[in-house]
Write a protein that binds this ligand. Structure first.
Ligand code: ASP
Length: 408
C-alpha cells in the first residue's frame, strides 16, 4: 500500500468546487498540505483506485465537472511537473474591503490562490507545498534554510519550481537562492503581488498564472532564478523593489529578461545565468531539521547621512561579524569615519544609498577590510558577506568575491 493511500485512509476527506474542478482535500495540515492536479484526459480513477495512488506523492486530488477524478499520470501527453512552494506575502493576503490596499493580513494558502487562476491542466501538472505563511518582513534564517532545503530536494524531481513570496524581501531570498543552488536547467520562479487578493484589480492571479507558464516553458530552461511580476520576467539575482506601493514595483537596471503578453513568453536573450550563480555550497543535511538560528554570521546594515559618525558603529561592532554601510553617493563617508572603519578587524562593505550606480574600488579606503560593494545594494551586500563568512573566506577572498562579479 503506497504513501498516499495510507494518508488517504488516515485523514478526513472534504470536497469543494472550484470552477470546472473539485478539490478534494485529504490533509489540511497547512505545513504538510500538498496536492497534484493533472490534466483532463489523463487516466481517471476513483479515489482509492488501483496503481495511481501508490505513486502519486500527494494528498489532494482533483475531480472535473463531469465527475471524473484526475491524478498525476498522463498516458497521452507528458506535461512538465511544476511545484509551488508557498511562503506568504501580499499575494496570500486579504483585507476587509475591495478598496483596502494596506493593513491586510496573510491568510491564504497556495491552494486558495489556485482557485482563482484559469484552468492550467493543459499546461502542467502542479504540486504544492506550504512552507510557511508569513509577511516577508518575517523571513529569517530558519525559513531561508527551509526554502534552500526544499528547493535542493525538489530540483531533482520537478521541471520547474515556483516560490510565492512577499515582495518586500523577495529580492533577498531570490539572491540567496541563486547564489547557493545550482539549478541546472530547472527554472525557479519567484512571484508575489502588490495588492491583496481581496482588492479590486488583484495582480496576484495574473502574476501566479504567468509564473506557472514561465516555469513550464522550455524557453525558461537554463535561466536560473527568475521573477514573474507585472508582465515582466527578470533575473532574481539583479531585481530590486524600487516602489513601495505601485504595481510596477520592481526594477532591474541590468535589464528585464523578457515579458509575458497574451499567453506568450518572449525572452530577449538566449538562456544564461548571472555570473556567480550557484557558487556557494552550504553544508546542509537535507534530511535534517533546519537550524533555529545563528546559521549565518551577524552582519549589520547602517545608513549614512550628513553628520554620520562612528558613535553608533562603536556600539554595534563588538556584536557583529561584518558591516555594510549605505554610503552617500559612490562610497562617500566623512574622512574621520573612513579612518575609523579602516582600523576595524571586521569586513566593512561600502555600498550606496542611491538605487542605481556602483561603488568603485578607488572610492574606498585602501585597507584590506574595506570593500566596495560594486553594483550590489546594501541588502544584497549583506547576504553576499554572510555567505562569504559562512564559507570562512579570508578578507582577501571576500574582496575577490565582491570584485569578481560585482565590480566592487
Ligand atoms: N508586506 C508584503 C510582504 O510580505 C508586501 C508584498 O508582498 O507586496 O512583503
Amino acid at each position: 500500500m503506497g504513501h498516499l493511500e495510507n494518508s488517504i485512509m488516515k485523514n478526513q476527506i472534504s470536497t469543494q468546487t472550484v470552477g470546472q474542478m473539485e478539490i478534494t482535500t485529504i490533509c489540511d495540515d497547512i505545513k504538510k498540505s500538498q496536492f497534484i492536479l493533472s490534466p483532463s484526459g489523463s487516466r481517471n480513477e476513483e479515489l482509492g483506485g488501483e496503481n495511481e495512488l501508490n505513486t502519486v506523492d500527494s494528498n489532494i486530488s482533483f475531480r472535473s465537472a463531469n465527475g471524473s477524478r484526475h491524478f498525476l499520470h498522463s498516458e497521452t501527453k507528458k506535461l512538465p511537473k511544476i511545484k509551488i512552494l508557498g511562503t506568504g506575502g501580499t499575494i496570500a493576503s486579504s483585507g476587509s474591503s475591495a478598496s483596502q490596499t494596506a493593513g491586510y493580513k496573510v491568510d491564504l494558502t497556495v491552494q486558495d490562490l489556485l482557485k482563482s487562476i484559469p484552468d492550467i491542466s493543459g499546461i502542467c501538472e502542479i504540486a504544492y507545498e506550504q512552507l510557511c505563511n508569513v509577511d516577508s518582513k518575517e523571513m529569517n534564517e530558519e525559513i531561508l534554510w527551509l526554502i534552500y532545503k526544499t528547493i535542493s530536494q525538489d530540483i531533482q524531481k520537478y521541471d520547474g519550481l515556483i516560490v510565492t513570496h512577499g515582495t518586500d524581501t523577495l529580492s533577498e531570498t531570490a539572491f540567496f537562492v541563486e547564489n547557493t543552488i545550482d539549478s541546472g536547467n530547472v527554472p525557479i520562479v519567484f512571484v508575489g503581488s502588490m495588492r491583496p487578493s481581496s482588492s479590486l484589480g488583484f495582480d496576484g492571479t495574473m502574476n501566479l498564472y504567468q509564473a506557472i507558464c514561465i516555469a513550464s516553458s522550455e524557453k525558461s530552461k537554463g535561466r536560473g532564478t527568475l521573477v514573474s511580476l507585472n508582465d515582466q520576467i527578470s533575473a532574481g539575482f539583479y531585481i530590486t523593489k524600487t516602489n513601495a506601493n505601485s504595481l510596477d514595483s520592481f526594477n532591474v537596471r541590468q535589464g528585464y529578461l523578457g515579458n509575458f503578453v497574451n499567453n506568450e513568453i518572449h525572452y530577449y536573450y538566449p538562456p544564461c545565468k548571472p555570473l556567480g550563480a550557484g557558487r556557494f555550497k552550504l553544508n546542509l543535511d537535507l534530511n535534517g531539521e533546519p537550524p533555529k538560528s545563528n546559521v549565518f554570521s551577524r552582519v549589520a546594515i547602517l545608513y549614512a547621512h550628513q553628520s554620520f559618525n562612528s558613535e553608533l558603529i562603536e556600539l554595534i561592532v563588538p556584536h557583529y561579524d561584518g558591516l555594510v554601510i549605505a554610503t552617500m553617493g559612490a562610497g562617500s563617508l566623512p574622512e574621520a569615519l573612513d579612518n575609523y572603519l579602516s582600523k576595524l578587524e571586521i569586513p566593512v562593505i561600502y555600498s550606496k544609498r542611491s538605487m542605481d550606480g556602483m561603488v568603485p574600488i578607488v572610492n574606498v579606503p585602501n585597507s584590506i577590510n574595506c570593500i566596495a560593494s560594486g553594483y550590489l545594494n546594501p541588502e544584497k551586500s549583506r547576504i553576499l558577506l554572510q555567505l562569504c563568512l559562512y564559507s570562512q573566506y579570508s578578507l582577501k577572498e571576500i574582496r575577490e568575491s565582491f570584485n569578481g562579479v560585482y565590480g566592487g
